[in-house]
Design a protein. Structure first.
Ligand SMILES: Nc1ncnc2c1ncn2[C@@H]1O[C@H](COP(=O)(O)OP(=O)(O)OP(=O)(O)O)[C@@H](O)[C@H]1O
Length: 302
């Protein structure tokens, strides 16, 4: 069942078209990624979804509610953690949660939330004394304080070190396991790949593809690429006559082979039969980065 439906959304700021004809639906229980470079229109899209911006055209529904008409009802069921959300520096973790809980009819249990986001030990610490990762986790907790059915998280790991980023990803998986549908705005490939069930790739205000991470990669998958240094020289025909091999060449003592899905097995078998050892063997496959380049026509530069 779709909990979010966006159809033909348009939004411009003066001469800048931030979002053009964006459509997608998010199913209950999924982690849905909105992936794009800086300025692609991701934040504008989720701001329209949360009722913070009025669309110029298009239909937006969250849990059946119109974000413009039913704003206060929507606030009770949709939690949003926005990029710029700033919490008063001296507010302690528990005080912030108490304060935000007072805005909701049926707030979440604060102790449970502290446990879920691993903030129990920090509950009496002021916001300014938290690490970047802890501040980020508090802002996720605040997005969840109203017990929402859907949480929108915008650039949640920007500025975090790799360890804190991985910890935050684990938290998000726990939040989903607790039954919350998550819309995740990100410009990190690894984050989208690791967390999302499906991803809408947005470029210059438009959706260019919607699919699972594996589905996006499969669209550009050109087969496997293999490279190795052979223990002895050999005739490349040994490889090129294999049906699995599309191309094989030598470059400065290194053999580069491309081919279909059974490439590795076929090549290693023929090498073994001929008593050739493959040193520095590497296998490369297309990843989300390649898919992004193919879909948008440019590198992911941010
Ligand atoms: N309040 C505003 N006034 C004018 N232009 C804006 C405003 N907000 C965003 N824009 C422009 O609209 C476009 C889309 O911006 P948006 O913030 O939605 O993109 P984004 O994908 O979320 O990027 P980022 O990750 O950098 O926030 C950009 O060209 C941006 O400069």
């Amino acid at each position: 069942m779709a909990v979010i439906e966006i159809d033909g959304l348009h939004k411009r700021y003066g001469d800048t078209i931030a979002v053009r004809d964006v459509s997608f639906a998010v199913d209950e229980g999924e982690i849905f990624g909105i992936l794009g470079r800086n300025g692609a229109g991701k934040t504008t899209t989720v701001e329209c979804l949360a009722g913070l911006r009025r669309p110029d055209a298009g239909m937006v529904r969250a849990l059946g509610l119109d974000p413009q008409q039913d704003r206060s009802a929507l606030r009770q069921v949709l939690g949003i953690q926005l990029q710029a959300s700033k919490i008063a520096e001296r507010l302690r973790v528990r005080e912030a949660l108490d304060l935000f809980a007072s805005f909701y009819d049926k707030p979440a249990d604060i102790d449970e939330l502290l446990r879920l986001l691993d903030l129990e030990e920090k509950q009496h610490t002021q916001f300014r004394r938290l690490s970047g990762g802890q501040q980020q986790r508090l802002s996720i907790a605040l997005a969840l304080i109203g017990n929402p059915r859907v949480a929108v998280l915008d650039e949640l790991t920007t500025g975090l070190d790799p360890r804190a980023r991985r910890d935050t990803w684990e938290m998000i998986e726990r939040v989903r396991a607790s039954g919350v549908t998550i819309v995740l705005v990100t410009h990190f490939m690894a984050e989208a790949q690791r967390l999302c069930d499906r991803i809408a790739v947005i470029d210059a205000g438009s959706v260019v593809a919607i699919d699972s991470p594996a589905g996006l990669v499969a669209r550009v998958d050109t087969g496997q690429h293999l490279s190795f240094r052979p223990s002895t020289r050999f005739d490349l025909a040994m490889l090129t006559e294999l049906p699995e091999v599309h191309d094989a060449r030598e470059d400065d003592g290194q053999i580069l082979v491309t081919g279909g899905t059974e490439l590795v097995q076929a090549v290693t078998a023929v090498l073994a039969r001929n008593h050739i050892v493959a040193h520095e063997l590497r296998v490369d496959q297309a990843d989300l980065d390649d898919a992004f380049v193919e879909l948008t026509g440019h590198r992911f530069d941010s």
